[in-house]
Design a protein around this ligand. Structure first.
Ligand code: CA
Length: 230
């Protein structure tokens, strides 16, 4: 789990924001705040949070709609916050794509435990992935056996290369920044060290690409990061 995971807090009540921000920061999280739905959608793209705390009651777009729209483009864990306690809200929230649900008044310890659990789950393969094999074009990753194949050829990877490739594969088709990679794969919050990422990209290309100088699978997105074709 990243040491300083970034949390996007989406809430419009200033007093609640201040209290929660303080508690989350004290727990070691990097906290960003958006006070309405449109700001939240923009912040998801810009700040690339590791987890989103989303209040149900917001001005403009409500939390459910914000949740649905985030889910159109992102698998970032979402925990819904609300004053309501109705079971109906909980079900709708989960159907909208939320991962978990916490009702106000919020017990800090409980919220922190839910956050930890959601971040931990985000590191694991999706629950539906019962075969533990990810397939992307010719690439096959066997999560159980820690082995990787291109077509029928098994490709030996070092542990860190495997972890990095798996992270890219879980985000296949999406751009991930060097900063995200450093945080999620190396657990380091220091983008200065992003040469590590570039070196591993080169090694992976040499092992996986037909022509490493013209990569098709592990693509560079100039000035942003990398993307595994998906
Ligand atoms: Ca609110």
């Amino acid at each position: 789990m990243p040491k300083h995971a970034r949390i996007l807090l989406v809430e419009d009540e200033p007093a609640f924001v201040e209290t929660l921000r303080f508690q989350l920061q004290r727990a070691g999280y990097d906290v960003r705040v958006a006070s309405d739905g449109d700001a939240a959608l923009a912040a998801v793209q810009r700040a690339k949070p590791d987890l989103i705390l989303l209040d149900l009651i917001l001005p403009g777009l409500d939390g459910m709609e914000v949740c649905r729209r985030i889910r159109d483009t992102s698998t970032t864990p979402i925990i819904m916050l609300t004053a309501r306690t109705g079971v109906g809200d909980k079900v709708t929230g989960l159907e909208a794509g939320a991962d978990d649900y916490v009702t106000k008044p919020i017990q800090t310890r409980e919220l922190l435990a839910r956050i930890k659990a959601a971040l931990r789950r985000a590191q694991l393969p999706p629950a539906s992935d019962t075969t533990m094999i990810m397939t992307i074009g010719d690439l096959k990753i066997d999560l159980g056996r820690h082995s990787v194949f291109v077509g029928d050829r098994e490709v030996p990877l070092r542990a860190k290369e495997f972890e990095f490739l798996t992270y890219l594969a879980r985000n296949a088709g999406q751009v991930v920044t060097r900063e995200q990679i450093m945080r999620r794969v190396w657990g380091v919050d220091d983008a200065e060290d992003s040469r590590t990422v570039d070196v591993h990209v080169r090694w992976l290309r040499e092992k996986l690409e037909r022509d490493p100088s013209r990569p098709k699978l592990l693509q560079t997105v100039r000035n942003v990061g990398y993307r595994l074709a998906g």
